[in-house]
Design a binder for this molecule. Sequence first.
Ligand SMILES: [Fe+2]
Ligand SMILES: [Fe+2]
Length: 196
Amino acid sequence: MAQYAIPEASSTFSKQKPSEGAYARRCVDRFIRQFSARLGPTARAASRRINLLGYEKAATMALIDWDRARYSVQVKQFDDEHQELVHLINDLHAAMKSGKSRDLLGHTLNKLVEYTKTHFSNEEAALARIGYPELAPHRKEHGEFVKHVAEFQRAFAAGETTVTVDVMEFLRSWLVDHILKSDRGYGPLFAAKNIH
Ligand SMILES: [Fe+2]
Ligand SMILES: [Fe+2]
């Protein structure tokens, strides 16, 4: 399993980097200012409407779409918990994109971190009960992720960083990779013990 580091967790760059949504809005606003003088009123209104539709679409798109065929580990409890994790990551992504306050971002981040810990501990306890031989490396992957996220949480709380597109991409790719490459590996042993 590859090692990950949350990008720019403590750099000043993150502090200055605008959220993707805010940055995109500024670019579009600049474009409209530069070119609207050359358009007639109808074209100007149409241009604004098209941009608004683009914002709305981008703001409502989920970062991760749950795909049972692809992500199922064949154990209902953990499929449910993974779906909840996807839901919480999508919530954080939506909060970032719509430029929500730091308080709300922090609250959403804390919910995600707490639920992640709960899920890891449920999973590890079940893997121990069935005698899963890969439990030790699996636990290590969980532990490394928690360590990185805890450092990000600390930096966020200290005002040293914020939730960026890169942070969201780290969370998305870690969860998807972990489900596909590690969690799905325990499915057959649960099935052999008739646990679904
Ligand atoms: Fe896991
Ligand atoms: Fe998991």
